[in-house]
Unconditional design. Sequence first.
Length: 144
Amino acid sequence: MSMTNYDRDFHAWSREQAELLRERQFAALDVEHLVEELESMGSRERRELTSRLKVLLSHLLTWQCQPERRSPSWNATIKEQRLSLEDLLDDNPSLRPTLPEQVTKAYRLARLLAVKETNLPESAFPAACPYAPEQVTNPDFYPG
């Protein structure tokens, strides 16, 4: 099997590495890059968690601060984000204990997103996340 360069054709490289693993040709593996990619996969899942939390938190802030905008559509959007978040946590249970830290991290971005969505000043939203992680993931919790 010819060795494909990791930097020139990642797709071909990854398929080749998978085949080498299947064939148990461990000596031929590009271990350095495999380790990098495995670490990167874990980081991607954590970034996905932060991203989902950012969107959900911004929707909760908007729900709380602009009650006149509440609608079945907005409610469905919050439910959709929560279901997607639960799916991600079910698929990656090791992320669940990091939820408090990730909520705090995502909130900084969520607050800015809420400013953009509502046209309210940043000062209209609490500086720290007003919701506990259990509230954020609770399908029955709606602030305000």
